[in-house]
Ligand binder design. Structure first.
Ligand code: NAD
Length: 499
């Protein structure tokens, strides 16, 4: 990966984007735009079209045409793979530009955004391989007169709704797999972070993706997102976002019983045993809550720590958090950037206030950081947290860590499972039996042992309980976008029914 060198400057004026349908940039004309201000600097950076339901219909029609005429769904998989590999190359060559717009809209540190783009290219490369290895099954054991086949077919037109916390990474954990399966896409990014989803349209066209296979309709969730989940000509929606909006998607999808992939919220435990390498664990726990300003579905926001080391460990984590560099997202040395939206900033500060009111002990952080402009919050640690407190139950989606001590393995597991969510969990211990036991008994779709937030294209993503349905990425990621057909083939002549 190229290193980000020096601090890039802010754009002189906001960049105006079009939306993207049937291989063409669509000019928004006189229609209204969303103006996005950089959360780290509070200056306008992008103008994004407010699309309408009619725009969505155009995009769905284009995606439907492209799917039905077989320009993508029926070509040899090797050709699909080649497009995905070319896209990965272009993506790497435009990584600095993608990272820049991601940082400006989202507020994440530029070095992190750059690393994420690199990871995205890896997703395209891996999915290219999957396109070629996707296969069904054959039954050669049905007797002389019958042969059985099970084939996988692309599910059709996929609506893709993404959130603002990892706009490009989450997009690229889905798009290459959906395309590898032979489906076509209508994407709707979050209204506050649409730029890189639109830039991907240019990249895919340049890579040779036929027109109509990747369309982007920008706009609000309540208009475009809702219309997508209700749309009768979309076969599946992959939704990533909050559990409350996910529930609305389930209700709206009933019209045509479209399949839903749901990647939702989490309140993820970090379980630390006394026998762990505490220095390493403290660093991991600080990373788990500080990364992406805690605006991360898999943030380790509940620290469940063995009572005998709780006080020592709390101090270790607080010392790490105090050293993390919070600041200008465009500074290459920044580790924690800005809070992405004003509303999210208010939500996090409200939870911090509530933690104090409910009697939790503030260990470090505890409020906003003033850099003259933008929204920044100090990584915050609360001790003496009980399971009744809101900061231990709700997904805050910010850099706020709740510490709760445990006595014994069973209690640690019970506390970890005491949540409606089941997205992710980590365990820190040097004892292999404890590590395996906890891994098996904690109900979460992603699990880390002596590390946290590790990822990549090979291992699937997804949640248990109210954290969602289905899996993205890995070989499961492509399979989600296929459906199964069973084929019985008569060899010779059927036994007549009418005699
Ligand atoms: P959100 O639910 O508010 O919005 C997500 C997307 O849904 C946006 O594009 C939004 O415009 C759209 N939307 C809003 N209303 C809609 C509706 N009625 N119908 C259809 N779409 C609608 O979430 P957010 O605030 O953007 O992101 C934060 C949430 O996302 C957190 O809860 C976080 O845990 C979750 N998340 C989950 C994962 C995962 O993989 N499980 C990953 C990232 C984020």
């Amino acid at each position: 990966m190229d290193q980000v060198v020096g601090r890039q400057s802010l754009p002189d004026s906001p960049r105006t984007f079009g939306f993207f349908v049937d291989g063409k940039r669509m000019e928004a004309g006189e229609r209204a735009y969303f103006e996005r201000r950089s959360p780290g600097h509070d200056v306008p950076v992008t103008r994004i079209p407010k699309c309408t339901r009619e725009d969505l219909d155009l995009a769905v029609k284009a995606a439907r045409r492209a799917f039905e005429d077989g320009r993508w769904s029926r070509i040899p998989a090797v050709e699909r793979a080649n497009v995905l590999l070319r896209a990965a190359q272009i993506l790497r060559s435009r990584a600095a530009e993608l990272a820049y717009w991601e940082t400006l809209e989202n507020g994440k540190p530029i070095s992190q955004a750059r690393a994420e783009v690199d990871g995205c290219a890896g997703m395209f490369e891996y999915a290219a391989g999957l396109a070629r290895t996707l296969h069904g099954d054959a039954f050669n054991n049905l007797g002389d007169g019958m042969f059985g086949l099970v084939t996988r077919e692309p599910i059709g037109v996929v609506g893709l709704i993404t959130p603002w916390n990892f706009p490009f990474l989450i997009l690229c954990e889905r798009v290459p797999y959906i395309l590898a399966a032979g489906c076509t896409i209508v994407a709707k990014p979050s209204e506050v972070t649409s730029a890189t989803t639109l830039l991907l349209a240019e990249i895919l066209s340049e890579a040779g993706l036929p027109d109509g296979c990747y369309n982007v309709v920008t706009g609000s969730g309540s208009v475009i997102g809702q219309a997508m989940t209700e749309h009768l000509d979309i076969d599946m929606v992959s939704f990533t976002g909050s559990t409350s909006v996910g529930r609305r998607c389930v209700e709206a999808a009933g019209g045509n019983f479209k399949k839903l992939g749901l990647e939702l919220g989490g309140k993820n435990p970090q379980i630390v045993f006394a026998d762990a390498d505490l220095e390493d664990a403290a660093d991991g726990v600080a990373f788990g809550i500080g990364f992406n300003t805690g605006q991360c579905c898999v943030s380790g926001s509940r620290l469940i720590v063995e009572r005998s080391v709780a006080s020592e460990f709390e101090k270790l984590v607080a010392a790490k958090l105090a050293k993390v560099k919070v600041g200008d997202p465009l500074d290459p040395s920044t580790q924690i950037g800005a809070i992405t939206t004003t509303a999210q900033n208010t939500t996090i500060l409200d939870y911090i206030a509530r933690g104090k009111e409910e009697g939790a002990r503030l260990v470090c952080g505890g409020g906003a950081l003033d850099f003259g402009r933008g929204h920044y919050i100090a990584p915050t640690l609360f001790g003496d947290v009980t399971s009744a407190m809101a900061i231990s139950r709700d997904e805050i989606f910010g850099p706020v860590l709740a510490v709760m001590p445990f006595d014994g393995e069973d209690e640690a597991i019970a506390m970890a499972n005491d949540t409606v969510y089941g997205l992710a969990a980590s365990v820190w211990t040097k004892n292999i039996d404890k590590a395996l036991n906890v891994t098996r008994r904690v109900r979460a779709g992603r699990f880390w042992v002596n590390t946290t937030l590790a990822g990549g294209p090979e291992l699937p993503l997804g949640g248990f309980k109210q954290s969602g349905w289905g899996r993205e990425a890995g070989s499961y990621g492509i399979e989600e976008y296929t459906q199964i057909k069973s084929v019985h083939i008569e060899i010779g002549k059927r036994e007549p029914w009418v005699r």
